[in-house]
Structure formats: structure tokens, C-alpha cells
Design a protein around this ligand. Structure first.
Ligand SMILES: NC(=O)c1ccc[n+]([C@@H]2O[C@H](COP(=O)([O-])OP(=O)(O)OC[C@H]3O[C@@H](n4cnc5c(N)ncnc54)[C@H](OP(=O)(O)O)[C@@H]3O)[C@@H](O)[C@H]2O)c1
Length: 376
């Protein structure tokens, strides 16, 4: 069985490559031609995450890199290269995407909607009738704040919090229509917000929560540092006091996805919520902010009318702020029935989240000298 994967250089894609290579001798990487250097970036990921050297050394032989542009017809390949690619695969994993929540709608649609259309066309063209494994998001549920979201649901009745969600929703509609039209099975995998405790590194894709740090640093540069007395600056953020978000470790996500992908297909479209068993309360997210910058965060019911320049500027990433109102949960019964276990092996708490967004801390002198240490 031969598999091809889009988005292999991404935050999730790198982990999917690793999981797929644990099951398949060779994997075709449909790399983003414009960015280049896919093999080197995958090798650096292996090195930076302490993979055994022999695995890293094998990558050049086990990965076939095909430079593509998903936004182009035939993925930007020549007719001959496209035909050869299509006829050589049994499974197409589609993880590439634009995850900037409030990017220009046309740019988001080009990658997330038209890109998916082009990947589906590749699968339709293949003589081995490849199956499609499409990476969607639990956030296709849109602007619904409460209740339980089930895996089979897909509707736009609540509207969307941002353009990204809408584009992913439209992409899922395309997958469903493709499966009906071609009578092919498809797997739709909906992770929640992906996180990791691997510390940030310039050669690794940015952690999705890194924007919190970027935003706070930008804001503080703009409005100046804290008062002379050293007291943290107050930031009132509009949200719900009992809001919670589902944050799923990216390593577990890839493991669960590939395990689901290895199961016998039942026909039609199977949709799975790849989510953590426990949500993270809003207080943990505000604690992350308070550790990243000299601020004190208070969650308030509505955006303050007398917002300080700092508070006004924290809305620099408006696509995310509505999530501070969310109290909904994602039902993942189908994943649990399929795999029979809790999908995540990690506890997602403050220390976990901080290690994924803070630069690696030097070892404290007390540890080196054998003294007792406390958590940073
Ligand atoms: N991150 C999350 O929290 C999250 C949550 C739920 C669902 N998801 C979904 O998971 C998938 C992967 O997300 P991610 O976090 O891995 O995103 P990411 O780190 O931004 O990676 C995106 C990937 O897509 C590739 N790509 C972008 N435009 C392309 C194009 N025109 N042609 C070919 N490849 C292109 C990128 O290639 P280069 O880097 O080489 O340019 C990169 O490999 C996406 O479908 C996303 O919607 C993500």
C-alpha cells in the first residue's frame, strides 16, 4: 500500500510523517514547492526531537518528495508527472492548510477549499482508486458556544467565528460530495486545537498558541512596559468565566489519526473527533498569558467600553478571541469505540503548555549542584 501526504512540513504533518513511516516502508510527500527544502526540514524535525540517528539517516531513501502547489490544477505538475503520481497511490492523506484564522478570505479559500478540491481530483484520477484521509478541524462546528457537538454533525446554522472555520467547513462539504459522486470511502479527521510540549525552535513550525506570546510582546512594545512600581498591567479579556477549550497534543493526534486510517473502511464518509478527554479551563490560558508577559488577566463578560490601549491592542488576533466564550464539548464516541482507549496520553496543563511556548530554560544552578528544584 502506498501513501501520499500533503502538509508534511507542518506542525501536524511532521508528526504524521513519523507515524506513517512506522507503518509504511515509503511515503510520498506532496511538498509545498514555494517553500522548498521539505526533506531537510523533516530531517531537522527528527534531529530536534531526538529521533534515533538511523531513522533520520533513512529519510532520504524512504521519503519521495514531489514539489507541488495544491492551489494549482493538477497540483502544478506536468500531465505525465500528475498521471504517474495519481496511479501510484492507494491513500492520500491531506493535511496541508492555511491555519491563519483571520487571513484574507480569498487566500484561505485558495488553500483550504481549492487545495482540497485539487487533492480530491488527484484521488479521483488514480487508477488504484485511492482513499482520502482528510484533516479537518473540530471547529467546523462554527460559532456554537454550548452543548455537545457530535461527529456526524456538519451544518452552518450557527455561523462561524472566523474565515478559517468557514473554509474548513466548505472543504468538508467537498469531501462528502466527492465520496458520494465517486462512491469512494473517505476519512474526515477533526482535531481540536493542537499543542505540544516541544519547546519552540526557529527550525520547527510555530506552535499554534505561539501567537499569544507574539501578540503580548507586540502589544507591550506598542504601549510600553509595566509601571515603574513593577505591578503587572491589567488586561480585561471578554469571555465566559466557565469557558473551556479542547487542546490536543499533536503527537497523540497523529498517532490516533494513523491508527484510525489503518482500520478497515466501512464505505462512505467516516468522521472522527480527535480530541482530548479533558478540556482546559480558560483560567489555564490566562495563566499562560501571565507567565509570558508582565500582565494580570481578568475575564470579563463584555469588551470594556473604557478599554486601555493595552486591552484594545490584545484584540490584534480577533479570530481567536471569541473562543474565550466557548463552553461546548466534542463527542468522540466513534474514536473511543474504534480504538478502545483514551485518545491522549498527555495531561494538558499549565506546565505542559508553557514548555511548548517558552524558550527552553537553562537548568537551574540548584539542580546542577544537587539541590532541590521547583517548577519554573
Ligand atoms: N494547528 C492546529 O491547531 C489545527 C487544529 C485543527 C485542525 N488543524 C488542521 O490540521 C492541518 C495541518 O495544520 P498544521 O498545524 O500542521 O498547519 P501548518 O503548520 O501551518 O502547516 C501547513 C502545511 O501546509 C502546507 N501548505 C500550505 N500551503 C500549501 C500549498 N499551496 N501547497 C502545498 N502545501 C501547502 C505547508 O507547507 P510549507 O510549510 O512547506 O509552506 C505546511 O506543510 C490543517 O488542515 C489544519 O486546518 C490544525
Amino acid at each position: 500500500m502506498h501513501v501520499a501526504l500533503t502538509g508534511a512540513t507542518g506542525f501536524l504533518g511532521l508528526r504524521l510523517v513519523r507515524e506513517l513511516l512506522a507503518r509504511h516502508r515509503k511515503v510520498t510527500v506532496l511538498a509545498h514547492a514555494e517553500s522548498g527544502g521539505a526533506l531537510h526540514r523533516i530531517m531537522r524535525f527528527y534531529e530536534l526531537t531526538d529521533a534515533p540517528q538511523e531513522l533520520t539517516a533513512e529519510l532520504a531513501d524512504r521519503l519521495r518528495i514531489v514539489d507541488t502547489d495544491l492551489t494549482q490544477p493538477q497540483l502544478g505538475l506536468s500531465a505525465a508527472a500528475y498521471r504517474e503520481l495519481a496511479d501510484g497511490v492507494d491513500v492520500v492523506w491531506h493535511s496541508a492548510g492555511n491555519i491563519r484564522l483571520d487571513d484574507d478570505p480569498a487566500r484561505l479559500r485558495r488553500v483550504n477549499v481549492e487545495g482540497t478540491r485539487n487533492v480530491l481530483a488527484l484521488a479521483a484520477a488514480g487508477c488504484r482508486e485511492p482513499v482520502v484521509h482528510h484533516v479537518s478541524t473540530a471547529f467546523v462546528a462554527g460559532a456554537r458556544h454550548e452543548g455537545v457537538v457530535y461527529e456526524d454533525e456538519l451544518d452552518d446554522g450557527h455561523g462561524f467565528e472566523n474565515t478559517y472555520e468557514r473554509s474548513k467547513y466548505e472543504a468538508e462539504l467537498l469531501v462528502r460530495a466527492w465520496a458520494r459522486e465517486h462512491r469512494r470511502p473517505a476519512l474526515v479527521l477533526r482535531p481540536s486545537i493542537l499543542v505540544s510540549d516541544v519547546p519552540p525552535h526557529p527550525e520547527l513550525p510555530e506552535h499554534p498558541l505561539q501567537f499569544i506570546d507574539d501578540m503580548l510582546q507586540t502589544v507591550l512594545r506598542g504601549v510600553g512596559r509595566p509601571q515603574a512600581d513593577g505591578a503587572p498591567l491589567l488586561v480585561r479579556l471578554a469571555g465566559h468565566p466557565r469557558a473551556h477549550l479542547n487542546l490536543m497534543p499533536v503527537e497523540d493526534t497523529a498517532r490516533v489519526m494513523v491508527a484510525l486510517g489503518a482500520r478497515e473502511r466501512s464505505g462512505g464518509v467516516e468522521t472522527y473527533h480527535v480530541v482530548h478527554g479533558h478540556d482546559v479551563p480558560i483560567g489555564t490560558l490566562t495563566a499562560v498569558m501571565e507567565r509570558l508577559a508582565p500582565v494580570r488577566v481578568e475575564v470579563v463578560a463584555q469588551r470594556p467600553v473604557d478599554a486601555s490601549p493595552l486591552e484594545a491592542a490584545t484584540d490584534l488576533y480577533p479570530g481567536f478571541t471569541p473562543y474565550l466564550h466557548h463552553r461546548r464539548r466534542y463527542d468522540d464516541t466513534r474514536v473511543r469505540c474504534a480504538l478502545g482507549a483514551s485518545p491522549s496520553r498527555h495531561r494538558v496543563d499549565l506546565p505542559y503548555l508553557l514548555s511548548g511556548v517558552l524558550p527552553p530554560q537553562p537548568e537551574p544552578a540548584s539542580l546542577l549542584s544537587g539541590g532541590s528544584a521547583s517548577l519554573p
